[in-house]
Design a protein around this ligand. Sequence first.
Ligand code: URA
Length: 213
Amino acid sequence: MTGEETDTATGDAAAADSMEGLAVRACERCPELVESRSQIVDGVGPADADLLFLGEAPGANEDEEGEPFVGRSGSILDDALRDAGLARVDVRITNCVRCRPPENRDPTSEELANCRGYLERELGLVDPALVVTLGKVPSEHLLDRSVAVTKEAGDVVDVRLGERSYRVVVSVHPAATLYDGSQRETFFETIARAADIAGVGGDDGGQAGLDDF
Ligand code: URA
């Protein structure tokens, strides 16, 4: 696709121009993030995943390894996926913002807006059956309203982005389970529910259960 073309199904032309498939090759839209990042952290996982997890932005570990959710939050997500009969390689994991904000601050609304085209293009190309928003920032970014994540965790919402509609499940951020033990059950139940709605994992999922051996 050339820079002049707009692919209405998969995001804006400028985003398409800076992306090679699902990867952002070079981007300098956010000067502070260009300073703070050591690399752009793109989404990982199958390009046709049924289940897509959306986080906020890379932290220090993610910035170092170039992969979303590889630190402590990532191992909690991995545990919850395993409980739901899934593995990390079965799902797509990405962030609203692809560069690490300084001091791990929240991304600004301008940074979220700058990265939005990449996210919409990724969602359009992957076309997941279900998106799980991990925490307040991604939930509010997709639902375009304020979200009380602990109250709304597990809720299913249809979200319209341009010409497409996505089914979204709201979740607390995996790190919330570290600060408040009561959130662990909420988080694990939400991930299991999401796997069920997306029709993946569990006893019938792509992953072989122990009983299969
Ligand atoms: N938290 C996020 O929101 N994203 C990551 O990639 C890691 C931690």
